[in-house]
Design a protein around this ligand. Structure first.
Ligand code: ATP
Ligand code: MG
Length: 353
């Protein structure tokens, strides 16, 4: 069996540092690690439309922005197939067949769907398309026979739902689909990076993000305005590290060499945390360090992004080529699915058999 990756992002805005540590960084590592035969990266415009039906222009405009963020982070079109979801209509057809294998109550129980419905104030009127997006995500994953999906923790219930659909399909129609597993970041702080406002998750829809495309000054301002421990009022006060976004970000981004370069008076993060807990360490000092760390990580990404911004026709060509390749792969799976379901009526005059 081949090792195949499928993952992606909704083009609802520029990508942020939560995407970076939660999934993008891992993708680039896996792309370059040589253990995967194929890597598919999907710009999930159809999924984005499920809660942006009235704002198609927003989705459209963000397709190139997401592609630029990908290339800036080091996704390499020679190694990874980057494509646009809605341009692969096979995915929609698969979704339609999978819908029959899932109950309404099962989707209602999906904790991510629940949380997202609440976040969007959809309680009274959930678009059917939005409600079904976990099923369409199962179609995306299985269409490419993905064995692994690098994603943030919020995607774990989606993967669980996908595996159930695979089991159900295979038990009803015979062994056809491949069961995927999620690849979560090893570092716990990266699984669900909080927003700069301290809210549970940095999310495009919540406007609490540091974007990969933010310039140096924007990043600095955002870091310096970050939410910290509300009880840590004076420098000498003892502070809390747990649940404190500034320290969570340091856990996600800082490396020993950052201490050596920007804060040599501390041996590492543990010592810095200990000092904060004890009291006597001000938020401003920690934030200045975090800003240095973030700038060191983001500056090469920013530079590569600027370079690709000058080459938009090439970016478009990358998406077009990637989409063609993705479509061919999805068509093969759809062919097998139709065969398993015995709805391939005209192949070898099957309808007569
Ligand atoms: P939206 O608000 O439109 O849903 P989003 O910011 O949640 O946008 P998605 O496109 O839904 O972003 O997520 C893309 C990928 O990034 C998923 O794998 C998701 O798990 C991961 N991800 C998103 N936000 C975070 C975060 N704050 N921390 C870690 N991973 C994240
Ligand atoms: Mg999301």
């Amino acid at each position: 069996m081949k090792n195949i990756i499928l993952t992606g992002d909704r083009p609802t805005g520029h990508l942020h540092v939560g995407h970076y540590v939660g999934s993008l960084k891992e993708r680039v590592r896996l792309q370059n690690g040589g253990n995967y035969d194929e890597v598919y990266i999907m710009i999930a415009d159809a999924q984005a439309l499920t809660d942006n039906a009235e704002h198609p222009e927003k989705v459209r405009q963000n397709i190139l922005q997401v592609a630029l963020d990908y290339l800036a982070c080091g996704l390499d079109p020679e190694k990874s197939t980057i494509f646009i979801q809605s341009m692969v209509p096979e995915l929609t057809e698969l979704t339609f067949y999978y819908m029959n294998l899932v109950t309404v109550s099962r989707v209602q129980r999906n904790p991510t769907v629940k949380a997202e419905i609440q976040m969007r104030n959809f309680e009274a009127s959930i678009p059917v398309g939005f409600f079904c997006y976990p099923i369409s995500q199962a179609a995306d994953i299985t269409a490419f026979r993905a064995t692994a999906v690098p994603a943030g923790e919020d995607q774990a219930p989606m993967l669980e739902q996908c595996r159930e659909i695979v089991h159900k399909f295979n038990s009803v129609y015979g062994e056809t689909l491949t069961e995927p597993k999620i690849i979560l970041p090893e570092n716990e702080a990266c699984m669900r990076l909080p927003g700069i406002d301290g809210k549970a998750k940095m999310s495009k829809s919540l406007g609490n993000c540091i974007y990969l495309s933010d310039d140096e000054e924007d990043v600095r301002k955002k870091v310096m305005s970050m939410f910290t421990d509300p009880n840590h009022l004076r420098v000498q006060d003892p502070g809390r590290v747990e649940g404190n976004p500034v320290f969570i970000y340091l856990e996600a981004f800082s490396r020993p060499e950052h201490f050596a370069e920007f804060l040599p008076e501390y041996s590492g993060l543990e010592e810095l945390e200990e000092h904060y807990r004890k009291g006597g360490l001000g938020d401003v000092k920690v934030k200045k360090f975090l800003n240095n760390v973030m700038q060191a990580e983001l500056s090469p990404i920013r530079q590569r992004r600027k370079m690709w911004e000058q080459r938009l026709p090439e970016v478009c060509e990358i998406l077009k080529k990637g989409t063609e390749k993705a479509r061919a792969a999805a068509a093969e799976t759809l062919h097998d699915v139709r065969h398993a379901m015995r709805i391939d009526y005209f192949e070898n005059d099957n309808l007569l058999n």
